[in-house]
Design a binder for this molecule. Structure first.
Ligand SMILES: Cc1cc2nc3c(=O)[nH]c(=O)nc-3n(C[C@H](O)[C@H](O)[C@H](O)COP(=O)(O)OP(=O)(O)OC[C@H]3O[C@@H](n4cnc5c(N)ncnc54)[C@H](O)[C@@H]3O)c2cc1C
Length: 379
């Protein structure tokens, strides 16, 4: 008999949909509310290192992601002119029957997660948020913005970086912090020469090409944007092209194809770490709401998925709730912190290098490889 029998999941993104499926697989009743009127997500891709696939495999979804995506062995590193520097193969020790890395479009990942959550029997409502929440120690009474109400044994806030559930439980601090960097993304047909993921190191920026299927890839361009300026939407294509100046070869050819401002996905990179514990009473915050990272290790969604799968397994056991939550924190906090610390360190070193500051201790490529490998260990 599970420690809880009915759970509310707030937020239908990566972590929330994964949690819904993981909990239903334990026989727990799940209501999920998503504030957006539909489940659409923006159209570029997401990188799934091998530990993401291990976690998804625990709920039976890794094979589908690989079948719908573009698997690749690791990263091929170039200078700004396409000069090959080295290959950095990734490991697949976490899930040896899956590839080291899989790229997939965000809409396809969302479809896999949503179909699984629906098929599992979770009750999913869109265009709905939480209007009030009262925890009396034995359960949580929740009123929703659509006028409905429910009583739950436990509430999971998986409502992203600006989590309202985090604010309800813990107040407005800590707030997300701007890292100094931003990322520009754009989809392209995948040329035959992009067999691995590609990374190009420019003088003041970094470019990546990420396979998302045999035919499709996306470019990410990482830039330093002091002061986090607002980028006018209609100028995004021109601004991205400006920042791609200085690259030659394949990247320069792609630069000329960046013409549709609406297809540019621009994001300032932010991070946040909620101090432990991430739970209070009969509620918890997981995913970006508790630990948002910059994407240098491509581990944000991975951490949300690992949280959700582990929480589902623990809540499905018959142990007392406080024990389960202690174990959850013991297995998740240091790992999430390691991802954020490593990622922000890489960001800081990159910005120093781009500013011409000599730092003999800086070793971003080495840290990236070591941290990615370390995350293959189980948790
Ligand atoms: C530029 C960039 C690149 C990235 N690349 C990668 C990558 O390659 N690999 C990787 O693993 N990770 C990557 N990430 C990180 C990844 O996108 C996030 O870590 C992941 O989406 C977090 O999942 P989540 O479920 O916690 O939050 P989200 O996916 O943001 O989902 C939150 C959901 O909650 C909903 N919501 C918000 N407020 C409410 C509310 N009040 N009530 C109800 N619903 C609400 C939202 O609409 C949303 O659907 C990247 C992030 C960025 C910014």
């Amino acid at each position: 008999m599970a420690a809880v029998s009915k759970i509310l999941v707030v937020g239908g993104g990566v972590g929330g949909l994964t949690a819904a499926t993981a909990l239903r697989q334990q026989g727990i009743a799940v209501d999920l509310v998503e504030i957006n009127p539909d489940h659409s997500v923006y159209g570029v891709g997401i990188i799934q290192p091998n530990n993401t696939l291990r976690a998804l495999d625990r709920i039976g979804l890794a094979d589908q992601c690989v079948a719908l995506g573009g698997a690749f062995p690791g990263w091929r590193i170039f200078d700004a002119h396409g000069g090959h520097i080295m290959d950095a193969p990734n490991h697949n020790d976490a899930s040896p029957r899956h590839p080291p890395v899989n790229g997939i479009t965000r809409p396809l990942l969302q479809r896999v997660l949503l179909d699984a959550a629906r098929a599992s029997g979770a009750d999913i409502r869109t265009g709905v948020g939480v209007a009030r929440m009262a925890d009396d120690g034995d359960g949580v009474d929740v009123g929703f913005t659509d006028g409905r109400a429910g009583r739950y044994d436990f509430v999971i806030g998986s409502d992203g970086l600006y989590s309202e559930i985090r604010t309800r439980l813990f107040g407005s601090s800590p707030a997300p912090q701007f890292s100094g960097q931003a990322v520009w993304r754009y989809n392209f047909p995948r040329p035959a020469e992009v067999e691995w993921g590609h990374v190009y190191y420019g003088a003041r920026t970094k470019v990546g090409l990420v396979p998302m299927s045999p035919e499709l890839m996306y470019m990410f361009l990482v830039t330093h944007e002091p002061g986090n300026p607002r980028m006018p939407r209609e100028q995004l294509a021109a601004l991205m092209r400006d920042r791609l100046d200085g690259y030659t070869g394949l990247v320069a050819g792609l630069r000329d194809m960046v013409t549709d401002a609406d297809a540019v996905v621009y994001k300032p990179m932010e991070h946040l770490l909620l101090p432990a514990p991430w739970h209070k009473g009969r509620a918890i915050v997981i995913g970006d709401g508790a630990h948002a990272t910059t994407p240098h290790l491509a581990q944000g969604a991975a951490m949300a998925i690992e949280d959700a799968v582990l929480l589902g397994e623990l809540l499905g056991s018959d142990r007392p709730l406080p024990d389960l939550l202690d174990e959850f924190m013991a297995r998740r906090f240091d790992r999430a912190k390691f991802v954020i610390d490593s990622s922000t360190q890489i960001a800081d070193w990159e910005m120093e290098q781009w500013a011409g500051i000599e730092n003999p201790a800086a070793r971003p490529g080495q840290l990236l490889g070591e941290a990615t490998h370390a995350l293959m260990a189980d948790y």
